[in-house]
Design a protein around this ligand. Structure first.
Ligand SMILES: [Zn+2]
Ligand SMILES: [Zn+2]
Ligand SMILES: [Zn+2]
Length: 262
C-alpha cells in the first residue's frame, strides 16, 4: 500500500499532505493548514523534541542580541542628552556589556545541564560568540538559528514553523502577551514595544517580547539587568530537559506559540 501511494503521489493522482496544506493556505484557511500539520506531527514517531527546543532557543538568542543592541543605543542617546543638558542620565546605569564572553564554557555548561547524562549528544563543535549586542554577535546568532533550522528534519513541524513565522504579528498571541506581562514586560503596559521592531537601526525588523535588556522595561523597573547570555535571562522561565519531554504544560504552550500558532 505505501508503494502504491508513493506511485500515485508521483503520478500526481494523489496529493501529498504538503499539497493539501498549500491548498488550504491558498484558500485562506491558514489555521486549518496548521491543524493538518499538527495532526501529521502527532502521528510521527520521532517528535524532534530536542531540535524544536534548540530552534526556539535560537530565536530567543537572536532577540536577546537585538535587545542588548537596543539597550546600548538607548544608553548612547541618554548620555548624549545628559551631556546636552549637563546632567546625569536619569535611569540608565552602566552600558550594556561590551565583552567577548567565554561562551565555549558557557555553552558547554548549558549543554551538559540541559541534556543531562546522555553521552550520544556531545556537541562536535561548540559555538563561539560574543554576547554583547554587536552586529557580529547578531550575525552569529542568526547563523546559529540557520543551523538549527537546517537540522530540523523536513516535515510537518518545520513546515508549520516556517509558515507561522511568515505571518506578521505571529508572536502577539494572547498567551505570549500574558507571559510577557507576567514577568513585567511591556505587554503589562500601554507602550506597545512588543508590537514594534525591537531595534529600528537594524535593516532587518525583529519582533518579539521583552527580555532583560529591553530599554523600556529597564526604565519602568528603574534599574538595568545585564545577563551575560540568554541562559541567564530571568525574564524567561528556567526549563529542564525533563520539563521538555514530560508534556509539561508550559512547554506545550511554548511549542504551540512558536511552531503551530493554534
Ligand atoms: Zn519591555
Ligand atoms: Zn515598552
Ligand atoms: Zn510583550
Amino acid at each position: 500500500m505505501p508503494l502504491l501511494r508513493s506511485l500515485a503521489t508521483k503520478a500526481g493522482i494523489m496529493r501529498t499532505p504538503s499539497d493539501r496544506e498549500t491548498r488550504l493556505e491558498q484558500e485562506g484557511k491558514w489555521r486549518e493548514a496548521q491543524k493538518l500539520r499538527f495532526k501529521q506531527y502527532t502521528k510521527c514517531a520521532h517528535k524532534q523534541g530536542r531540535e524544536i527546543y534548540e530552534l526556539i532557543r535560537a530565536d530567543q538568542r537572536i532577540l536577546f542580541q537585538v535587545q542588548a543592541r537596543a539597550a546600548q543605543l538607548q544608553t548612547g542617546k541618554d548620555a548624549a542628552l545628559a551631556l546636552k543638558h549637563r546632567k546625569k542620565p536619569c535611569w540608565t546605569t552602566r552600558p550594556a556589556k561590551i565583552a567577548r564572553l567565554e561562551s565555549k564554557l558557557l555553552e558547554a555548561n548549558t549543554e551538559r545541564g540541559l541534556w543531562g547524562k546522555s553521552t550520544d549528544i556531545a556537541p562536535k563543535q561548540l559555538p563561539t560568540e560574543c554576547l554583547d549586542g554587536s552586529l557580529e554577535a547578531l550575525w552569529v546568532a542568526e547563523h546559529h538559528r540557520y543551523n538549527k533550522l537546517s537540522k530540523l528534519q523536513d516535515g510537518p513541524a518545520k513546515r508549520a514553523y516556517l509558515s507561522l513565522h511568515q505571518r506578521s504579528g505571529w508572536h502577539l498571541s494572547e498567551w505570549q502577551r500574558s507571559e510577557c506581562a507576567a514577568v513585567g514586560g511591556c505587554c503589562a503596559r500601554d507602550c506597545g514595544c512588543c508590537t514594534r521592531s525591537r531595534c529600528p537601526d537594524l535593516p532587518t525588523l525583529y519582533y518579539g517580547h521583552c527580555l532583560s535588556y529591553c530599554p523600556c522595561c529597564a526604565k519602568a523597573r528603574g534599574f538595568t539587568i545585564t545577563p551575560d547570555s540568554i541562559d541567564d535571562d530571568k525574564m524567561l522561565p528556567e526549563l529542564k530537559l525533563s520539563d521538555w519531554y514530560d508534556s509539561h504544560d508550559y512547554v506545550s504552550r511554548l511549542k504551540n506559540a512558536h511552531i503551530w500558532g493554534l
